[in-house]
Design a binder for this molecule. Structure first.
Ligand SMILES: O=C(O)CCC(=O)C(=O)O
Length: 283
């Protein structure tokens, strides 16, 4: 499938970013991001592309890596997996453990023609996201982690955390009928490492006052400042399934995930791949 056929270019003219309508889209996305901490683009992907992306993901589900790991809230990051909170008071939120129990389907398990892989490598998508966040960005070139699908079933979740990367791009493929909401709280981190520990503790202890829960239907692209907003994919209820694509971008070309990060999330690292397949070549 070609990117032009997968993306709803009528509502989201990524092919005309320098035109008046392209510029208006960028401005409205920036406003949404500044006002609410996330930018939701409903029907970004055509429903046939969503169905194909979903089917080809589920076809490979037996190859997905089951993660079942507790993280500190800000160590979901390849550089800081080893951070220790030992020197902090016992009730400090950094002692809190957030469970990630979810299956991760690596990029190389999806066919090259899968709509997710096709749109991830489309230069206009990186140009669009980069224009919204005000940075020059490139699609991550990691053959495992750059364009992935997560699958969560009963009780599975990705609990409260901040990301190591500045922002994430997700595309909902299958919305759970119950549970599994994307939830987030803004203004708990003023800059990287300066955290509102009281506010974070309240969220961990079940205070829902500041929790935002956007409605994310299949085909919706969400752009989210994951490094600065506490967020989670809540537990999926019995009888439901949540399938979400996560597309990664970097501020440098040819970036890949570290061995520790890849092993944890995909059960493999680049060394497990043939040498010629350790970097995604975007044409
Ligand atoms: O699945 C989601 O909606 C959010 C994913 C997430 O929290 C992350 O990739 O850091």
């Amino acid at each position: 499938m070609r990117p032009e056929n997968a993306i709803n270019l009528v509502d989201y003219p990524l092919d005309k970013l320098t035109s008046t309508i392209g510029n208006a889209l960028i401005v409205s996305c920036r406003e949404q991001l500044a006002e609410s901490g996330s930018c939701l683009l409903p029907d970004f992907i055509d429903s046939r592309a969503v169905q194909l992306a979903l089917k080809e993901s589920l076809d490979q589900l037996d190859q997905a890596h089951q993660v079942d790991h507790e993280f500190s809230y800000d160590d979901v990051d390849d550089q800081t997996l080893a951070v220790s909170p030992d020197s902090l008071p016992v009730d400090h939120p950094r002692h809190h453990k957030s469970l990630t129990k979810i299956r991760f389907l690596a990029r190389d398990l999806l066919p090259a023609s899968n709509p997710l892989r096709v749109i991830h490598g489309w230069p206009q998508l990186a140009e669009f996201i980069g224009s919204v966040i005000g940075k020059v960005i490139f699609p991550s070139a990691c053959p495992l982690s750059s364009c992935v699908v997560t699958v969560a079933e009963e009780g599975e979740l990705q609990d409260w955390h901040f990301d190591g990367a500045d922002f994430i791009v997700t595309i909902m493929l299958e919305e759970p009928s119950s549970g599994g909401n994307f939830e987030y709280v803004t203004d708990l981190r003023s800059s990287y490492g300066i955290d509102d520990f009281d506010g974070i503790s309240k969220v961990f202890n079940g205070d829902r006052q500041r929790v935002q829960v956007p409605n994310i239907a299949p085909g919706t692209l969400t752009l989210f400042k994951g490094r600065f907003n506490l967020h989670r994919a809540a537990p999926v209820d019995p009888g439901s399934r949540r399938v979400m694509a996560v597309l990664s971008f970097e501020t440098e070309p040819n970036k890949t995930g570290s061995a520790a990060f890849l092993k944890l999330f995909y059960g493999r690292s680049l060394g497990d791949l043939p040498v010629a397949e350790r970097l995604v070549q975007f044409s």
